[in-house]
Structures are given as C-alpha cells and as structure tokens.
Design a protein. Structure first.
Ligand SMILES: O=C(O)CCc1cccc(O)c1O
Ligand SMILES: [Fe+2]
Length: 314
C-alpha cells in the first residue's frame, strides 16, 4: 500500500504582503508543482497535520495532538470558512488505532481550524470539501511541547493505520514552518488582555481579529524592510531539516529540543512538527522518494518557505 505526501509552509501573509514579483511567482510555481503532483496521484482521502494559532485551540484545554471527527475553517486572513468533509467513522477508527499504539490523542467533534490547516487545502484543491479529509492538530505554538520522538511516533502510528486502507489513495499533508518567528503571543510575556485571548479567544469580534492580523501584517512589512525585532530566518537550518526528511531516516530529529529549535529557528519553528509527523506517516508505508522540493527564505511572508512532495518508492 503506497502513500503520498505534500509538506508546505503556510503564511497568513500570502494575500497581505507584496514581495518582489519574482518571489511571489516562484511560490505560486511551487504550489503549481504540488498541485500537479496531487492531481496525478488523485487521492481519495487526505490526512492533514496542521498547527493552530489560537483560533481553534486555547489554554483552557490545550492538547499536544487532536484528531478531528468534524471540523470547520474559521476564515482568518481571508481563508475559506466552513466545514470540511471529514469521514467521521474513519477518523474514529484512526483514533482508536492510535490509542492502541500507546499514543494519547485528543479527539474533537467540533474542531475549528485556521489558515494553518486551511491554506494547503485551498492551494491543492481550491475548496475545503474536494476530498474527504481527516484533520490532525499538532501543537506548534503553545508550550509545553512533547518530544520530537513522540511526534515521529504519532506519525508512524497514523501511517500504519493508513497502510491498512487498501481501497484508498491517501495523501498526507504537513503544514507550517520552517524557520520563522512571527509575533504569535506567548503566555509568559502576555498582558491580561492577551492572556484572556490565549485562554479562550473563540469567536473573536471582527475588530479583535482585524487587530491581531494587523500586527502580523505590520511585522511582515517591517521584517522585509529590516526594521523588525523578530528573529531572522535560518535557511541553513531549514535546508538541513529538509535533507533529513528526504533521507528517509528521521532518527536524527529525535535529538531536536524545543529550546534549541526556538533559539536557532524562531518560536514558530515548532510548526515543523507537522512535517515530521507527515514524513513519519509516509515512511510507515516503506521507503519513499522525494519528487519535488522548493525552498526560499521569504521575509515578506515571515517564513523559511518550503514545499516538498514525496511518495512511496515503486
Ligand atoms: O499568529 C498568526 O496569526 C500567524 C503567524 C504566522 C506568520 C507567518 C507564518 C506563519 O506560519 C505564522 O504562523
Ligand atoms: Fe503558522
């Protein structure tokens, strides 16, 4: 049973920043390559590993992982709003399978997902309902972080389940990263107003959402102009990680720690957990080949921007 994979950075600034045309075109070309790969594979089921940015998951109950039985996009940053087509019974079987492999996952019958999960679906399929999709939340912004080994083992367990689905062509997606340090609030440094949002900020007013987005948009402009105080992108770190993921041997990733990741690649580099889970899932079906790779550090998007496609070796 073979599997296919697309991992890609996301950026809320895709529609709100203005990089040089050559850069924007290169990203669109990379999206086109990923889209062509997916069209050719013609998946019947998608499993999407994505982080969240305090739009669906908050500190009133923050799990490291969550499998969605139902899910809807919240429509942040102009992304699609509304329900996904989640095959609920399959999602339940998946959660049971994973639980039996000693990985503790939360489940949600009302998962809310943001641009982190929605953007790849829009890029690859145009809509949120084109292909039945099981969303898997992987915490990438809210301390505490589980070990990278745990993330790899989650991916392996999910991949093991997917290889049992003989009548499906399954695409796994990983969304986020790579190195980047956008102004996502953190509990330790937040004031009372921001803490209230981090605790339980569901269904913000339009004005509150606008204010949050404005801060990220302004930071992107300043970062491109060289006047932002956020940590710089780290292309060497990004390329090294992509090389490891492509190698098929993910064991070196177990040694990565949240502290060093934040130090070397920024506070949102933890989003690469979704890539690790996705590659580990792919690897559960056997050796794989990377069929496409794109990488550019893009300050306007506040992202070490990568796209990879891969499939089980023939
Ligand atoms: O908190 C937000 O609203 C989004 C922050 C953000 C910015 C650029 C790239 C990202 O991956 C990201 O997460
Ligand atoms: Fe993100």
């Amino acid at each position: 049973m073979s599997l296919a994979l697309v991992t890609m950075s996301h950026s809320p600034l895709l529609k709100y920043a203005d990089p040089p045309a050559e850069v924007a075109d290169a990203v669109q070309d990379a999206f086109g390559a990923a889209r062509a790969f997916v069209q050719e594979y013609d998946p019947t089921l998608v499993v999407s590993f994505a982080p969240d940015h305090y739009n669906g998951f908050f500190y009133d109950l923050m799990p490291p992982f969550c499998i969605g039985y139902r899910a809807e996009g919240v429509g942040d940053y102009g992304t699609a709003e509304g329900p996904l087509d989640v095959p609920a019974e399959r999602a339940e079987e998946l959660a049971q399978w994973v639980a039996e492999r000693d990985i503790d996952v939360a489940v949600s019958r009302r998962m809310q997902i943001d641009h982190g999960a929605v953007q790849p679906l829009e890029v690859l399929f145009g809509t949120l309902t084109a292909v039945p999709t099981i969303p898997v939340f992987v915490n990438g912004v809210a301390r505490p972080f589980v070990t990278m080994r745990r993330v790899r083992r989650l991916g392996e367990a999910i991949g093991g389940f997917l290889t049992t689905l003989r009548n499906e062509r399954v695409l796994v997606i990983g969304s986020g990263g790579l190195s980047h340090d956008p102004p996502v609030p953190q509990w330790a440094t937040a004031d009372d107003t921001v803490r209230a949002m981090l605790l339980d900020g569901r269904h913000p007013t339009a004005a509150a959402r606008e204010a949050r987005q404005r801060r990220v948009i302004d930071t992107g402009r300043a970062f491109a102009a060289g006047t932002a105080s956020i940590k710089d992108l780290n292309p060497e770190w990004d390329r090294a990680l992509m090389t490891t993921l492509a190698s098929g041997d993910l064991s070196p990733i177990d040694a990565m720690t949240p502290e060093r990741m934040a130090e070397e690649a920024g506070n949102s580099s933890h989003e690469v957990r979704t890539w690790v889970a996705a590659f580990a899932a792919l690897g559960a079906a056997g050796p794989y080949n990377v069929t496409y790779e794109f990488y550019r550090p893009i300050r306007e998007y506040i992202a070490g921007f990568g796209v990879m496609t891969a499939r089980t070796a023939p």
